[in-house]
Design a protein around this ligand. Structure first.
Ligand SMILES: C=C(O[C@H]1C=CC=C(C(=O)O)[C@@H]1O)C(=O)O
Ligand SMILES: [Mg+2]
Length: 461
């Protein structure tokens, strides 16, 4: 594998500048090299001195870490957002000059981003910086894949750029990115905690169960918000650090946009694609963890046989099967769920594997899957209409797909739950639950309380 050497970067820029026609759009140049192992969170922290938006991502088994710094290119879309995002991504790649000898998942040109839960719901002030579909090709990107570190720079080159100046400015920024810093641990104190109208929320759960009993819908997922203020500004790096310590078996993500940071630790995979191998997950149905091993085993056994939770789960399994069957071959879905343990709670879990048919991309699958009945309901349109009308909340990116894709047909998206939006010394946390015919509003309220715990506990709650 031949990497570009230090001194050759400027020459490559020059070659691209010379090759550009006068009226041609800027061209993306992407260069990847392998570097000495470094820590993803340290890289993220150092980038804070550059004043650029950052993205952090790690998958649930920690075989991949991605950190993006700055924005070389941004893809946004509103109407027909899946198709439009895909078209803009393909167009960018068509012209791009990509030097990536490794081609491993998450190396080279990679788009990091997410979508809003429901583009038809009016956006509030809270989520003003997060678009219905928004993906970033960062200026600087660290990928740690199976323990090896790779570093990518992405530059957009115009006909009138100066290759020497471009290379020198990148080098200056890299001095910050690769310097050593001392990180002080920080503790947060919650000064105020406001639950947004829990009694109204329980009323909405009641209203949803009557819709279900009246056979208008079968399942509706309802979410609520808790607002926090702190004694100091919240640093996303500190939150990520604590989530990494406490939330095994979960994806950990952070998306910064203009001093707002959407952050969380979600156990729920939407879809993973590695070339034509596809993996999805049904995760719905919830119980707390036990205090002792015996109690924990008893609760998990009960969860496995609990009719209400099995029904909640089964809606997701049936829908995912229907949604992807025409896009895939070799679809395998076990008949029975297993229990997926997390620090604060346990879920019913059914894995889905398949082969993606030729001609389909990860965007086609996301479009089919989002929202699954773990976040929306069944049937999809009816449950979404109920949520849109009755939920006291702008979900923004909560409950929606977040993740990444690269130029080599790899990508992974999680469903952004167990999450919150941080801004200065405030945060909004979100949690929801699947309402079915046997739902009890008090029990569902308690369930949202445990789902808030992963974020609350790292924020000083
Ligand atoms: C909507 C959430 O969780 C979903 C995922 C797993 C289990 C769920 C449940 O049992 O209700 C929810 O469908 C959330 O955590 O905010
Ligand atoms: Mg539930």
């Amino acid at each position: 594998m031949i990497e570009i050497k230090e001194g050759q970067v400027e020459a490559l820029f020059e070659k691209v500048i010379q090759g550009l026609q006068n009226n041609e759009d800027a061209r993306l140049v992407s260069i990847t090299k392998k570097i000495q192992p470094i820590d993803a969170l340290e890289f993220y922290q150092r980038a804070s001195y550059m004043g650029k938006n950052r993205t952090y991502w790690t998958n649930s088994n920690r075989s991949l870490y991605l950190v993006g710094v700055g924005e070389t290119f941004e893809i946004t879309a509103a109407q027909s957002r899946f198709k439009e995002t895909k078209q803009k991504w393909d167009k960018l790649l068509e012209q791009a000059v990509i030097h990536n000898p490794y081609k491993l998942p998450g190396t080279g040109v990679t788009a990091l981003g997410g979508m809003s839960f429901d583009p038809k719901k009016e956006t509030t002030e809270l989520w003003k910086h997060f678009k219905p579909s928004q993906f970033t090709i960062p200026e600087f990107q660290l990928t740690i894949y199976q323990g090896e570190s790779y570093y990518t720079i992405n530059v957009l080159i115009n006909k009138d750029d100066h290759s020497g100046q471009l290379a020198a400015s990148i080098q200056r920024m890299e001095e910050t990115l690769f310097q050593t810093i001392q990180v002080e641990p920080e503790s947060l104190t919650i000064e105020k905690k406001v639950e947004i109208n829990p009694e109204r929320w329980k009323e909405t759960v009641r209203a949803a169960t009557s819709e279900i009993l009246n056979k208008k819908v079968e399942k509706i997922v309802l979410a609520r918000e808790v607002r926090l203020s702190f004694d100091k500004q919240v640093k996303s790096s500190v939150v990520i650090d604590k989530l990494l310590d406490t939330q095994a078996n979960s994806y950990i993500f952070a998306f910064e946009k203009n001093n707002h940071c959407f952050i969380g630790a979600t156990p729920e995979r939407l879809v993973k694609v590695e070339q034509d191998n596809l993996l999805s997950t049904c995760l719905a149905g919830t119980a707390p963890r036990g205090e002792t091993r015996e109690e924990d085993e008893r609760i998990s056994e009960e969860l496995l046989h609990d009719q209400k939770n099995r029904e909640e789960h089964d809606f997701v399994v049936q829908m995912i099967k229907q949604a992807i069957k025409d896009h895939c071959t070799d679809l395998v879905i076990p008949d029975e769920p297993v229990v997926y343990p997390l620090k604060n709670l346990q879920h019913l879990y059914t894995p889905v594997t398949a082969k993606l048919k030729e001609g389909y991309s990860i965007f086609d699958i996301i479009e089919q899957l989002h929202p699954t009945p773990a976040l929306g309901g069944t049937p999809r349109e009816e449950s979404l209409a109920f949520i849109r009308e009755n939920e006291l909340l702008d979900r923004g990116w909560y409950g929606a797909p977040v993740g990444w894709l690269d130029s080599n047909q790899n990508g992974e998206f999680a469903v952004a739950i167990r999450s919150g939006l941080i801004h200065g010394d405030t945060a909004s946390l979100f949690a929801g639950c699947g309402v079915v015919k046997d739902s009890d509003p008090e029990a569902e309220y308690e369930e949202t309380n445990i789902k808030l715990m992963p974020m609350l506990s790292v924020l000083g709650g």
